[in-house]
Design a protein. Structure first.
Length: 100
């Protein structure tokens, strides 16, 4: 919705996701869905805003996609390896990658 509303041009990432324009558009969507007895759903990256959308009446919430999960989990594992290597006094450093 941010992209179709042009908010990605108006706001710096990720401020477009909490913009007043998106908030107003989301409320219109919520009102129309309730009026027409439709299920509300959305796609999020992670769980930071799940509570907010549950409070708004969303019942279908996707918390990422395969690429998002690969990137976040792989990044977490690499961070763990770096930490463990440092604790063991070992020299281990990640190599440059398009993904991490």
């Amino acid at each position: 919705m941010c992209m179709s509303m042009g908010l990605y041009e108006k706001y710096k990432f990720p401020d477009m996701y909490t913009s007043p324009e998106l908030g107003a558009a989301t409320q219109k969507l919520v009102d129309a869905a309730k009026k027409n007895k439709l299920i509300l759903g959305l796609f999020l990256f992670g769980t930071a805003r799940v509570g907010e959308f549950l409070d708004k009446g969303f019942t279908f919430i996707s918390v990422g996609n395969d690429l998002h999960h690969v990137l976040t989990q792989a990044g977490a594992y690499v961070n763990d390896v770096e930490k463990i290597a440092k604790e063991k006094g070992k020299s281990w450093a990640r190599r440059p990658s398009a993904l991490l």
